[in-house]
Design a protein around this ligand. Structure first.
Ligand code: SF4
Length: 271
C-alpha cells in the first residue's frame, strides 16, 4: 500500500504521543518539556515505521531526513515559551498568570514557591491552602510554621532550601488535587527542578510522593527510604515523609517524621 509523507508524519507523531503507554496529550507535552523525546527517539521511530510497512516510500535518506525535520517541527510547535526560561524568576513571571486548569479562575494568588534558587534541597508539598492562597507563598500558617520547625530541627533554614508544591493554585475548600490538574501543573515543577538542580528532594504528603514517584502505594509504604529522582539535567535523592498538616491532625506521626528527616539530614551531610 502506497503511503505518502503526511501519513508517515501522522503515524510518527501518534507513535510519539502514545509512547510509554501514556494516552494523555498533556502528558505527551510534559514529556516533550522534559526533553524525554529526543531526535534519537524520532529516528528510532522512523526506523520502526520503515521496517513495518512503509519500505516502498522511504527509499532514500533524503526522504527520511525530510520526515525527521517535519516531525521535529511539529514537536517544536508544541513548546511554550516558559519552557525555555533560564532562571527561576523568569519562570515565575512567565507562568504566574496560568489558566490551564480551572484552579486559575478560583485562586486568589498563584503560589510559585520561595527560597534559594540554587538550593541543594527542594521541599515539595501538595497544593496551596487558604493561607498560602491569601499570601501567595507556600507553607505559611500553622502547617507552614511546623515545616519551618522541622527544617530548623535538622539545621536547615527556610531561606536555604526551596519550598514549593505540585499545584501552584489552591483547590477550592482544600479538596484533593484532581489527576488532570496534576498533569497540567507538574511540568512547571519539573522545570523548577531543572533550574534549581537540587541534590535532595523532600516530598511531604501522599500527593507529592505519589506524583513524583509515579507510584500508587500509600505514604506509609513509601516513606523511610531514598529514591533516585531524575529530572532534566540531574538526579536527586528523594525522601518521602508526612505532610505537616497531617502531623497537626495526628501527632502520632511526628515520631516517624522525625526519623525520616534525621535520615534525610544524615544523607545530605554525606554528600
Ligand atoms: S494549578 Fe497549575 S495548571 Fe492549574 S491554573 Fe494553576 S498554575 Fe495553571
Amino acid at each position: 500500500m502506497e503511503r505518502n509523507i503526511n501519513e508517515i508524519l501522522f503515524d510518527t507523531i501518534n507513535f510519539l504521543k502514545f509512547k510509554q503507554e501514556h494516552t494523555s496529550y498533556d502528558i505527551f507535552e510534559n514529556y516533550i518539556d522534559r526533553n524525554i523525546l529526543t531526535d534519537e527517539d524520532i529516528k528510532i521511530n522512523i526506523t520502526l515505521i520503515e521496517n513495518q510497512n512503509t519500505e516502498e516510500n522511504l527509499k532514500t535518506q533524503a526522504v527520511k531526513d525530510k520526515v525527521i525535520k517535519r516531525v521535529s517541527k511539529e514537536i517544536s510547535l508544541l513548546r511554550e515559551d516558559w519552557m525555555d526560561c533560564g532562571t527561576i524568576d523568569e519562570l515565575n513571571k512567565k507562568i504566574c498568570k496560568c489558566q490551564k486548569c480551572p484552579l486559575g479562575k478560583t485562586r486568589k494568588n498563584f503560589v510559585f514557591g520561595t527560597g534559594n534558587p540554587d538550593a541543594g534541597v527542594v521541599v515539595v508539598g501538595e497544593a496551596p491552602g487558604a493561607d498560602e492562597d491569601m499570601q501567595g507563598k507556600p507553607f505559611v500558617g500553622r502547617a507552614g510554621q511546623l515545616l519551618t520547625d522541622i527544617l530548623k530541627a535538622i539545621n536547615f533554614s527556610r531561606d536555604e532550601v526551596f519550598i514549593c508544591n505540585i499545584l501552584k493554585c489552591r483547590p477550592p475548600g482544600n479538596r484533593n488535587p484532581m489527576p488532570e490538574e496534576i498533569n497540567l501543573c507538574e511540568p512547571y515543577l519539573f522545570k523548577q527542578l531543572e533550574l534549581i538542580k537540587p541534590k535532595f528532594i523532600l516530598a511531604v504528603g501522599t500527593f507529592a510522593a505519589q506524583t513524583l514517584l509515579k507510584k500508587k502505594e500509600p505514604l506509609g509504604k513509601l516513606r523511610g527510604q531514598f529514591y533516585d529522582f531524575e529530572y532534566e539535567g540531574g538526579v536527586a535523592k528523594l525522601m518521602v515523609t508526612f505532610h505537616p498538616a497531617a502531623l497537626l491532625r495526628n501527632p502520632n506521626w511526628k515520631r516517624p517524621t522525625w526519623e525520616d528527616v534525621q535520615l534525610f539530614r544524615k544523607e545530605y551531610d554525606k554528600e
